[in-house]
Ligand binder design. Structure first.
Ligand code: FES
Ligand SMILES: [Fe+2]
Length: 457
C-alpha cells in the first residue's frame, strides 16, 4: 500500500504545520532505510494529526464486555484524548457515547463506573437516556417548546463491535468493519483468546497510571521489541521472577509474525519445558480450555507456539508470559491487555487488565494476577524499567540541539544486507514470519501504517 506523496494538512501556511509536512517528507524518504526522526516523538502539531487521523479514524479498544455485564452498566473510557461512556442500554446493546453535554459541553457522567438508565448533566440538568437519546431538561414545556429531541442526543461512535468479549469502537463513519480492520490478525486473536469456548474475564478493575513517554514507544515495543529484554530486563532473571530471559526475549526460540496493517506479535516456540501444555499453560489449566472452535491450523499454532506479546494498531497490547511474584518459585503464565491512552506528545495513561480463564481455578487466576502485577503495572519491575528508558525519545525530540542537527533514530535491525535476520520462507500460517525476534521489520511496518494514516486527510 503506498503512502500519499502530499498532505493537505490544512494549515500549511503556518510555520509549525510546515514543519510537520517536512517531517513527514523526511519519513517518506527514510523509513525504508530504517530511519525515523527523533522529532516524531515530540511535536504537538504532529500529535494533533495523530489524534485526528489515527485515533479518530482507526478502531480502538475501549474495554471488556465482562466489565459491564448487566443492562444499565457503564464505564468511562478514552479514545485518543476524548472521554466516552461505554454503556450497556436496557436492551443489552453496547453504546459508545461522547461524554459531553450538547448544551455547553460539560461531562454528563463523572463516575468511573456504575449502573443507570439516564445521565444527568450537572450544569443545567439536561437529561439523556443510556442509549444517548435526549430525554429532557428543566422547564422543558416552557423552555424548549420546539426543540426536536432527536437532534440533541449525545454524540456516539458510529461503529461498535466486539471480538472475544473485547469491545472496540471506531469514530469514523467510513471505517471498515472490525473484521476487515483486523485482517489476518483476527486468526491469531481466535487462537489466543478462543482457547476456551467460555473465554476470558477481567480479574478486578484495570490499573491506570501516567508515564511521561510518547505512545508510539510503548506500541512498537509491545509489537516486536525482543531486542531489549535481555538487556533492560536482565534484573528480572537475576532476582528470580522471570525464568529464562534469553528465551523470553531475543533467544533462538522467539520470532515475529506481523502484518502490513501495523499489527504484529512476538511468538515463542518451546518457551517452557514440560509439564507446560497448550500455549504455555500447565495441564490442569489447559485441560479445561477445550478449544473446540479452533481450526486444525489454529490448534497446531496453539500446541507449538505461544504469542508472548502483540499489538493491534494503534494502541492495544497484550502480554502473555510466565513470571512469579515470589523469587525462585515456579512461574505462572499471566495474560494482560494494555490500552495506551495518549495524553499529549509526551505522556500516556496506561490501562492494564489482567485476564483469567473462566474455566481455570481461582487459585490459578489469582496467582496469574499477582504474577502479572509483579512484572507489569505501576509497581511492576518490567514496567518501571521500560518507563525510564522510553522517556528518552520525547526528550530527544524536544531538544533544541537534537532538532537543529536533525537527530535520527535507527530502525535498521533486520534490513536486507544489514543482519542475518530475515523473513521465514517456510512459514505457512497467516502473516509474515521472521527467523528471529531480533529484527525490526514489524516496527518498520508499524511506522509505515502510521505514516499512511497521518498522510491521508
Ligand atoms: S452544559 Fe449540560 S445542561 Fe448545560
Ligand atoms: Fe520491556
Amino acid at each position: 500500500m503506498s503512502i500519499p506523496e502530499t498532505t493537505t494538512h490544512s494549515e500549511t501556511s503556518n510555520g509549525s504545520s510546515q514543519r510537520v509536512d517536512e517531517l513527514m517528507q523526511s519519513m517518506r524518504r527514510d523509513l525504508d532505510q530504517g530511519i525515523l526522526p527523533a522529532r516524531a516523538f515530540f511535536d504537538q502539531d504532529l500529535h494533533e494529526l495523530e489524534l485526528e487521523r489515527i485515533f479518530a479514524r482507526c478502531w480502538s479498544f475501549v474495554g471488556l464486555e465482562s466489565e459491564i455485564p448487566a443492562p444499565g452498566d457503564y464505564m468511562l473510557r478514552y479514545i485518543g484524548e476524548d472521554q466516552f461512556i461505554i454503556a450497556r442500554d436496557e436492551d443489552g446493546v453496547i453504546r459508545v457515547l461522547f461524554n459531553k453535554c450538547l448544551h455547553r459541553g460539560a461531562p454528563v457522567c463523572r463516575a468511573e463506573k456504575g449502573n443507570t438508565s439516564h445521565f444527568r448533566c450537572q450544569y443545567h440538568s439536561w437529561l439523556y437516556k443510556n442509549t444517548g437519546e435526549w430525554s429532557g431538561a428543566p422547564f422543558r414545556r416552557r423552555a424548549y417548546k420546539n426543540l426536536d429531541s432527536k437532534d440533541w442526543g449525545l454524540m456516539a461512535a458510529p461503529h461498535v463491535d466486539s471480538v472475544h468479549g473485547l469491545i472496540f469502537a471506531a469514530l469514523d463513519a467510513d471505517a471498515p468493519t472490525l473484521d476487515e480492520y483486523l485482517g489476518e490478525m483476527r486468526w491469531y486473536l481466535d487462537a489466543i483468546f478462543g482457547l476456551s469456548d467460555q473465554g476470558m474475564i477481567s480479574i478486578g478493575e484495570p490499573q491506570r497510571w501516567r508515564v511521561p513517554v510518547n505512545w508510539k514507544s510503548s506500541a512498537e515495543n509491545a509489537m516486536a521489541d525482543a531486542y531489549h529484554v535481555p538487556s533492560l530486563h536482565r534484573s528480572g532473571e537475576e532476582v528470580g521472577v522471570f525464568p529464562d530471559i534469553e528465551a523470553g526475549g531475543a533467544g533462538g526460540s522467539s520470532f515475529h509474525i506481523y502484518f502490513d496493517q501495523g499489527h504484529g506479535m512476538i511468538t515463542n516456540r518451546g518457551f517452557l519445558p514440560p509439564p507446560w501444555d497448550k500455549a504455555g499453560f500447565p495441564p490442569e489449566v489447559s485441560e479445561g480450555l477445550e478449544p473446540s472452535t479452533l481450526t486444525p491450523q489454529q490448534l497446531e499454532y496453539t500446541m507449538n507456539y505461544s504469542a508472548t506479546t502483540f499489538l493491534i494498531f494503534p494502541n492495544l497490547e497484550m502480554i502473555r508470559v510466565p513470571a512469579t511474584a515470589h523469587p525462585g518459585a515456579a512461574p505462572t503464565v499471566f495474560t494482560y491487555l494494555r490500552m495506551v491512552q495518549p495524553d499529549g506528545p509526551n505522556a500516556i495513561v496506561n490501562w492494564n487488565w489482567t485476564l483469567g480463564w473462566k474455566t481455570a481455578s481461582d487459585e490459578f487466576n489469582n496467582e496469574a494476577y499477582i504474577s502479572g502485577l509483579a512484572m507489569h503495572g505501576p509497581a511492576g519491575i518490567f514496567d518501571q524499567d521500560d518507563a525510564v528508558v522510553w522517556e528518552g525519545a520525547p526528550r530527544a525530540g524536544k531538544s533544541a540541539f537534537a532538532r537543529k542537527n536533525n537527530m535520527k533514530f535507527n530502525y535498521q535491525l533486520g534490513l536486507d544486507g544489514m543482519s542475518d535476520y530475515g523473513v521465514d520462507p517456510e512459514w505457512t500460517l497467516p502473516g509474515i514470519a521472521t527467523t528471529s525476534a531480533l529484527g525490526e521489520a514489524p516496527q518498520r511496518a508499524f511506522y509505515k501504517r502510521w505514516l499512511r494514516e497521518i498522510s491521508t486527510p
